[in-house]
Write a protein that binds this ligand. Structure first.
Ligand SMILES: [Zn+2]
Length: 85
């Protein structure tokens, strides 16, 4: 029997150096596996509990990933800085 843990891939926003990116994942990467963000940045996957996400300050959104994500989905680009999440 399996204990199935369902993952919302849309909610996965990898943080690199305090900035969060968007990526296209089709499965859970292994720790240390390289993953590529929409903007082209690559880094090794690492996992932490969500409650540690702000240990070094709230990550900010990497604008280039957001811009690519919006263009792909036909969402209007944002030109103003948005507030805290
Ligand atoms: Zn990015």
């Amino acid at each position: 029997m399996s204990a199935v843990i369902y993952i919302d891939f849309e909610a996965i926003h990898p943080v690199i150096d305090g900035e969060w990116h968007r990526t296209r994942l089709t499965g859970i990467p292994k720790p240390g596996q390289g993953i590529t963000m929409l903007c082209g940045a690559t880094a090794a996957a690492a996992f932490q509990p969500l409650n540690q996400r702000r240990d070094h300050g709230s990550p900010t959104e990497y604008p280039r990933c957001d811009s690519i994500y919006r263009r792909e989905r036909g969402i209007p680009q944002q030109h103003t800085r948005q507030g805290r999440r």
